[in-house]
Design a protein around this ligand. Structure first.
Ligand SMILES: [Zn+2]
Ligand SMILES: [Zn+2]
Length: 288
């Protein structure tokens, strides 16, 4: 089943491909952050690394860490019309459960209400507009506009907008199958990639594959930082914290599976991910 969040995310992508700021992010644009999106070699480049930095610097969250708040029945709760984009995991219900470590309650948390907790409300607590929380609630009470109170002990999960936006943007980047690596990011050669051939192309090379998917010119120099050798071919590499096998232009010396060092890359390095349909080689060394 396709989740709501996924649809929203697909919609976001559709807008992006026309080169506009995603609808789901636009309202955040002026209020909280600036997302630098620019056209580069006909392809959109999402400087998600920049986004993280911008959010950290400009965004005036008192605290950016997610937190959990146990409400009392004396707290003043107010529904807000929030259009915070749904997290990558798909639903606010899941988000609430993940962050609180609790099972979704059976009944609405509105004080004294016994109806099913069908949905979640975006609320602020005690008029503090800086923080938006999620609480489980019934459909009727999700719409209520007056200030209300909840049953004591209700867990309100604070929405970590920074994390949600960062994940969304990273997902968009990954959907394209190519990553713009920040200078200094580390890559490592993968062993056993001599059996990995580009699929369905006679005399196909990983250089050609990289050229086809990166939408960029082949770099003159190896992308390993400070290396002055020519970039001869596409090296199969892995990255820390990024699942997948990627191709990065390197010189003959650095494109060597025997060499298991982690290399920092130069600024403006593009890594193209190899997916199953791109190679006739086996899973593991050739793709993940
Ligand atoms: Zn209710
Ligand atoms: Zn090199």
């Amino acid at each position: 089943m396709k989740q709501q969040g996924q649809e929203q995310y697909d919609a976001t992508l559709a807008v992006n491909e026309r080169g506009k700021i995603p609808d789901t992010l636009r309202h955040l644009n002026y209020k909280y952050l600036t997302i630098a999106i620019f056209k580069h070699n006909r392809s959109l480049t999402y400087t998600f690394v920049g986004v993280c930095a911008i959010i950290k610097n400009i965004f005036h969250f008192k605290s950016i860490r997610m937190s959990l708040r146990k409400l009392r029945n004396t707290d003043r709760i107010q529904n807000i019309q929030s259009n915070t984009p749904k997290p990558v995991i798909g639903s606010w219900k899941k988000y609430w459960c993940d962050q609180s470590g609790e099972l979704w309650p059976e009944t609405c948390r509105f004080r004294g209400c016994g109806d099913n907790a069908d949905g979640s409300a975006h609320v602020i607590v005690n008029y503090d507009e800086d923080f938006e929380y999620i609480i489980p609630i019934c459909d009727d009470h999700r719409e209520i506009s007056e200030i209300f109170s909840v049953n004591s002990g209700t867990l309100a999960v604070r929405i970590d907008k920074e994390e949600i936006i960062t994940e969304l943007v990273e997902n968009l980047v990954e959907k394209y199958g190519k990553l713009h690596l920040k200078g200094g990011m580390r890559v490592q050669n993968i062993q056993g990639t001599n059996v990995c051939h580009p699929r369905g192309r006679k005399r196909g090379t990983w250089k050609k594959f990289w050229l086809r998917h990166s939408d960029s010119e082949w770099p003159s120099l190896c992308r390993v930082r400070h290396c002055m050798e020519q970039a001869e071919g596409g090296a199969h590499v892995r990255m820390k914290k990024k699942c997948g096998v990627f191709i990065v232009p390197m010189c003959g010396k650095h494109n060597n599976a025997q060499n298991q060092d982690w290399y920092s890359v130069e600024e403006h390095t593009i890594a193209v991910r190899v997916d199953e349909e791109d190679t006739s080689g086996p899973v593991g060394p050739c793709y993940l």
